[in-house]
Write a protein that binds this ligand. Sequence first.
Ligand SMILES: [Zn+2]
Ligand SMILES: [Zn+2]
Length: 61
Amino acid sequence: MTLVYCGHCGQELTGSGHEDCRTALSMEPPRYCDQCRRRMVVQVHPMGWAARCSVHGEIHG
Ligand SMILES: [Zn+2]
Ligand SMILES: [Zn+2]
């Protein structure tokens, strides 16, 4: 799967400029689906998190 959008800021992942986003995403759930840029429904659990896109399903961290 190719990542199209930045899960943190929602901008297209073309070129650079998302280093800070990548750092943030290593510590917190994504806000946007990296395939379609929809807002993710995020649930934080004691063991981590789950972020759900209505089209692309759930990812866990
Ligand atoms: Zn970004
Ligand atoms: Zn999606």
